[in-house]
Design a protein around this ligand. Structure first.
Ligand SMILES: [Cu+2]
Length: 66
């Protein structure tokens, strides 16, 4: 299963790295695609989307379900 979030305050490559690291911390084998232009973060597979969203929030970002 794939999940997509909109992270509107993901504005630079540092944000991308921080968010990718936060996701990988709880889903080490997931593929994370973070697109700055659309602010869209795609995670696949995403077995626990709520936990992934919480990890991104904990990293300091605002998460909306895409
Ligand atoms: Cu940034």
């Amino acid at each position: 299963m794939k999940t997509e979030f909109i992270v509107s305050d993901m504005t630079c490559n540092h944000c991308v790295q921080t968010i990718t690291r936060a996701v990988k911390a709880i889903a080490p084998t997931a593929h994370v695609d973070a697109d700055l232009a659309s602010h869209r973060v795609t995670i696949e597979p995403a077995e626990n989307p709520a936990a992934l969203a919480a990890a991104i929030v904990d990293a300091g970002y605002d998460v909306q379900t895409a």
